[in-house]
Design a protein around this ligand. Structure first.
Ligand SMILES: Cc1ncc(C[n+]2csc(CCOP(=O)(O)OP(=O)(O)O)c2C)c(N)n1
Length: 300
């Protein structure tokens, strides 16, 4: 059955009044992730904006059990939870490891890589706000070329981001996907699918960050959509090696063309000092990735 806003699970697992910033895309994404898991989940999460969202003991804004784990150990902690559930003979629960880009692209990558290589049966979600946002926007392995951050304050970052979804796909795991908080139904469907697959599943969720990126908090959804319309983010899934474009990326592929990346960059204060050369470099990167995805979509 096609999921839509009407037939989606009504129950809420993220309660109103959490501690995220106004216009937080993570809040929106997490709401739909938890809905898709219908409470049948144990979450493990390292220090991040998500721990801020969860709240400080003894109060919390979520209704699901959660382990707070040290930064480098999210996937190791998930491995332990999977083993513990097996010993207890509990079936039907999803172990969800969820971390920011700092906790995934950089600090947690060795534990994640090792767990994926072992094909541990859990769902890993990286929500990507392209920086270490909870501690004041330090640059991460996902911060784009030319973006100003707390640790690249004037000229902006001099390297581009790493493609974590491609890295995870190279582990040969049964399911990888990209998603975006501006397309919650696509995200919901992907989490629902990942729930049914055994082995390591990885979903990358793009979450624009108003205070960190320098756009009005009322524009979060617009920025997320612009990212897809310009090809900065490509929505797809790879299930058992079969590649498929989804949602708006699938429509753009059918209709024809991406909007210029410049339109996306110019909406954000973090790119105020980006050079023409850097814009061209990023546009070239987008074009190459988009072409590769179109080729894969046709060949599958
Ligand atoms: C070992 C360790 N180093 C540093 C910190 C401080 N710290 C807490 S949250 C955080 C940023 C996390 O960034 P990211 O994973 O991208 O998540 P976000 O804050 O963007 O949600 C840092 C550096 C810590 N808690 N533990």
């Amino acid at each position: 059955m096609k999921i839509n806003a009407v037939n989606m699970t009504e129950k809420e697992y993220l309660l109103p009044g959490n501690r995220t910033c106004p216009g937080c895309a993570l809040s929106l994404a997490y709401r739909h992730i938890l809905k898709a898991l219908e409470g049948q989940v144990i979450v493990t999460v390292p220090a991040s904006c998500l721990t801020v969202l969860h709240g400080m003991y003894p109060v919390t804004s979520v209704t699901v059990p959660c382990v707070n784990t040290p930064f480098a150990t999210t996937a190791a902690s998930a491995t332990g939870l999977v083993a513990g559930l097996k010993v207890l003979g509990k079936e039907g629960l999803t172990v969800l490891a969820i971390a920011g880009d700092g906790g995934t692209h950089d600090i947690g990558i060795q534990a994640l890589s090792a767990a994926a290589e072992r094909q541990t049966d859990f769902l890993y979600i990286c929500y990507d706000n392209e920086g270490y946002m909870n501690t004041g926007n330090q640059r991460s392995g996902s911060t784009p070329l030319g973006a100003i951050s707390g640790t690249t304050p004037i000229l902006g970052k001099q390297q581009n981001q790493k493609d974590i979804t491609a890295i995870m796909e190279a582990h040969g795991i049964p399911y990888v996907a990209t998603a975006n908080a501006s397309y919650p139904l696509d995200l919901y469907e992907k989490v629902r699918k990942a729930r049914t697959i055994r082995g390591t599943k990885f979903i990358h969720v793009f979450v624009p960050c108003s205070p960190g990126w320098g756009f009005p908090f009322s524009d979060t959804i617009k920025i997320g959509k612009l990212a897809v319309e310009t090809g900065w983010v490509i929505l797809y899934e790879v299930e058992d090696g079969v590649f498929r474009l989804t949602a708006a990326s699938e429509s753009i592929a059918k209709r024809g063309s991406l909007r210029p990346l410049r339109e996306y960059l110019m909406e954000q204060g973090r790119f105020k000092n980006i050079t023409e050369e850097q814009i061209n470099e990023l546009q070239g990167w987008v074009n190459t990735r988009w072409k590769r995805c179109l080729d894969r979509a046709v060949n599958n």
